[in-house]
Design a protein around this ligand. Structure first.
Ligand SMILES: Cc1cc2nc3c(=O)[nH]c(=O)nc-3n(C[C@H](O)[C@H](O)[C@H](O)COP(=O)(O)OP(=O)(O)OC[C@H]3O[C@@H](n4cnc5c(N)ncnc54)[C@H](O)[C@@H]3O)c2cc1C
Length: 268
């Protein structure tokens, strides 16, 4: 375990969250390398009456994974992933990031109902529900969770699944992170392999507000009538840099026919 304190040269970089507006000053940051480290640091924090924060990818918008005068349990160094081909599941350490999981399972042809940002932590993502481009097809991230290993507030290691600690397991599927203990590993069921995925990014700069509204309206009417192989997200901008810009990102899992029907809607 690596401990960073305000006296360490790495302190200023270690306290940095994804949201640069968060300025919090923990008492220490503990980079754990295994479950025993997590238990040990929980015992330490309890003994010294220090509040605990848990950090995986550090992408919480409000900075819930850090705080002032607290112990940050950072598990980003715990990032092993392993496919179980017999049970069709993938087990990953609690600090695994989206990109680490995608790189590993996509090499084997598996998709995953993960989020869009590569550096988000999978545990933070799935504990909050987890929406991604393939969510219409495969469900939310938490829907494919089959088991978690967690270190609780006493430093004890628990397993939760539908049969064991099932109430805890239920609560971990979308209730948000950091409330019930430190997740040290998660096991997800894997969807069937896919061999074709198409990603399209559409960028419409300089359009007016009426066209933005028309596109959103057309999209909302259309999406409920097509099958779940397609999903999309959109961003509307009206800033100095991007004056009335619309950005649409589309993922199609197999049938390109749907993509054609989608594109034909937007030939304005
Ligand atoms: C750029 C960006 C893009 C995003 N894109 C998506 C998206 O496409 N889909 C989507 O659903 N969400 C998305 N999000 C939201 C993101 O999924 C959540 O903010 C998520 O909680 C971040 O997880 P993290 O581990 O990176 O963050 P952290 O800040 O480390 O953790 C977030 C919360 O979960 C807790 N937590 C983290 N790890 C554990 C653990 N192992 N055990 C217990 N508690 C833990 C923390 O204490 C904190 O409360 C995005 C966020 C950003 C900043």
């Amino acid at each position: 375990m690596i401990i960073i304190t305000p006296k360490s040269p790495e302190y200023n970089t270690s306290i940095q969250e994804w949201n640069r507006a968060i300025n919090k000053f923990p008492y220490l940051i503990a980079y754990c390398e295994n479950t025993s480290d997590v238990s040990e640091i929980i015992h330490y924090a309890r003994k010294h009456h220090l509040p605990i924060r848990i950090r995986s990818g550090g992408h919480n918008y409000e900075g819930y994974s850090t705080g002032n005068d607290c112990v940050v349990i950072d598990i980003s160094k715990m990032n092993n992933t392993k496919i179980d081909y017999v049970n069709n599941t993938v087990k990953l350490d609690g600090g695994t990031k989206n990109t680490e999981l995608y790189n590993y399972i996509s090499n084997e042809g598996y998709p995953f109902s993960g989020g869009t940002c590569p550096t988000v932590g999978v545990s933070g993502y799935a504990l909050g529900g987890g929406w991604g481009y393939s969510a219409r097809k495969f469900g939310l991230g938490c829907d494919s969770l089959v088991e978690v290993e967690l270190v609780n507030y006493k430093g004890c290691v628990l397993t939760a699944n539908k049969d064991k600690n099932s109430d805890l397991f239920w609560a971990l599927q979308g209730a948000g992170g950091g409330n019930f203990g430190v997740i040290t590993s998660m096991t997800f069921s894997l969807p069937p392999k896919v061999d074709k995925v198409t990603y399209v990014r559409m960028y419409y700069p300089g359009i007016n507000k009426n066209i933005q509204v028309k596109v959103l309206d057309t999209w909302q009417k259309w999406i409920s009538s097509v099958d779940n192989d397609i999903n999309l997200s959109g961003g509307l901008y009206n800033t100095k840099k991007k004056v009335f810009t619309l950005i649409l990102e589309v993922l199609v899992i197999k049938t390109l026919r749907i993509l054609k029907s989608f594109l034909s809607l937007f030939i304005i």
